[in-house]
Design a protein around this ligand. Structure first.
Ligand code: I3S
Length: 130
């Protein structure tokens, strides 16, 4: 039932640091800006967070360290290995949101990027059935 599937998607959760860059927005190409990014998968949504650069004199506390920057709704999104023409880096995933946003996600350690590929693929598949 859809209740079971919702429960299942909520179990598909993961967080970690990945290199990411946006490559398109509203279907239009944008300039790459690779950055290590705190990335969280929760409830069928992938959230990329801002680099928590401390500004001089700023008080660092738990509430201002990690600020969400972009979210990608995984329902209707696609995930796959990027072709060589997309990047010279290794282990690059291409995530396309249904609103015309595209990100590249990369990590040098194969096992880490493989785990992300699997969980993103499984989440997208689960959401397709809902
Ligand atoms: O697809 P591109 O334009 O070759 O991507 C490279 C550029 O974004 C480059 O920055 P500049 O736009 O300042 O030249 C980045 O430093 C490279 O990392 C990008 O290529 P890779 O192959 O690393 O995704």
């Amino acid at each position: 039932t859809s209740k079971w599937l919702r429960y299942n998607v909520q179990n598909l959760e993961k967080a970690g640091i990945l290199n990411k860059t946006k490559i398109s927005e509203n279907g239009k190409k944008v300039r790459k800006n690779w950055a290590p990014t705190w990335t969280v998968l929760h409830g069928g949504v992938l959230t990329f967070h801002k680099d928590p650069k401390p500004s001089p004199g700023a008080v660092q506390n738990k509430t201002n360290q990690i600020v969400p920057e972009f979210t990608v709704e995984l329902k209707g999104a696609t995930i796959g290995w990027a072709t060589k023409d997309k990047s010279s880096k290794k282990n690059v995933l291409e995530l396309k949101g249904k609103n015309g946003v595209e990100f590249l996600i990369q990590y040098d350690t194969e096992s880490i990027i493989y785990d992300w590929h699997k969980i993103l693929k499984d989440t997208i598949q689960q959401l397709d059935y809902q």
